[in-house]
Design a protein around this ligand. Structure first.
Ligand code: ACO
Ligand code: V55
Length: 279
């Protein structure tokens, strides 16, 4: 295949006190997403998933961009000269990390949107469980500005996170909106001044790091799965999922029972029980 060889520099991975910081690192191309970056991201996701140093994964971008979306040259124009099967493979690699792997990632994920965020970059943002943006980050569904539609499940991701009027407005006008507006519309959880961005994400990660990993994984997967189910299937799925959780991490609930009902050392409504046997 053409462009797809593994380049470790395309994204950086750093561990710090329970957090895996993953930084898209093509700042000279505004972290545009090319086939080689897909490979690097798949490698990183595999590594992070298996590494106990990661309790929470944060995805962000180096420089002025979170990501300028799909690489218009490498992902689109260069593919015109390639056999169809190459296009198919390149797309598959892209969806594999942006969507299939990230959406149900083993660890909780936070998108830290530090700057430009265009088109295809909406997909990893929506696939992350939570998202915090810099107030002045600029978002744009710019597909319309160069003659395509938000494909590759970007429109589907919009349908999940934005209201119909907002999604159509921004994907039909291609107008920019900032982090504040993204938070107002519910595309991200909140927007903070750029100088507070890392600190706020760290704070949020620390809250998640207090919780049981098994419980968090079940919680996020259950929510995402039931979005696609009717009430009856959903009821049964959630019961099954909860019973599975007893098998995987029943001792968590036992601690909750004990510390609230017997010891009276905490109130579940107000915070977390002490986790003596963290795992
Ligand atoms: N695809 C390919 N190359 C890109 C992309 C991209 N998405 N974004 C930036 N680049 C390249 C530029 O071509 C330029 O390359 P060069 O230095 O070799 O000439 C380099 O990155 C720097 O880009 P500039 O435009 O000079 O950076 P600037 O900071 O002035 O502007 C901005 C940043 C606004 C992000 C601009 O680069 C831009 O509009 N990029 C395209 C955004 C876009 O529409 N992406 C596609 C969304 S649709 C989809 O993802 C399917
Ligand atoms: C887009 C994105 C894609 C794709 C085709 O947003 C078009 C436009 C995320 O992948 O494959």
């Amino acid at each position: 295949m053409t462009t797809t060889s593994l380049d470790k520099n395309l994204a950086r991975l750093e561990y710090d006190k329970g957090v895996a910081w993953v930084t898209l690192n093509r700042p000279e191309k505004r972290n545009a997403l090319n086939p080689a970056l897909s490979l690097r991201m798949l490698e990183i996701l595999d590594e992070v998933e298996a590494d106990d140093r990661c309790g929470v994964m944060v995805l962000t971008g180096e420089g002025t961009a979170f990501s300028a979306g799909m690489d218009i040259k490498e992902y689109f124009r260069d593919m015109k000269d390639q056999p169809r099967i190459v296009t198919i493979k390149v797309r598959r690699l892209n969806y594999e990390w942006q969507w299939r792997r990230l959406r149900y990632f083993e660890k909780p994920t936070i998108a830290m949107v530090n700057g430009w965020c265009f088109g295809g970059a909406f997909l990893p943002v929506v696939s992350c469980d939570l998202a915090i943006a810099a107030e002045d980050a600029q978002f744009g569904l710019s597909e319309v500005n160069w003659g395509i539609l938000p494909a590759g499940n970007v429109s589907r991701a919009l349908a999940e996170t934005m209201r119909t009027r907002d999604a159509l407005y921004y994907s039909m006008t291609g107008q920019l909106f900032d982090g504040r507006k993204a938070a107002e519309m519910g595309l991200v959880n909140e927007a903070v001044p750029k100088e507070r961005l890392r600190e706020r994400v760290r704070e949020l990660a620390d809250i998640l790091l207090e919780k049981s990993p098994a419980v968090l994984k079940a919680t996020k997967d259950a929510f995402k799965r039931v979005q696609q189910l009717d009430w009856d299937l959903s009821e049964d799925y959630l019961v099954s999922k909860q019973e599975q959780l007893l098998f995987l991490a029943g001792e968590e609930r036992e601690e909750g029972f004990k510390q609230f009902l017997d010891d009276k050392t905490y109130k579940p409504g107000l915070g977390m029980y002490k986790r003596p046997h963290k795992k």
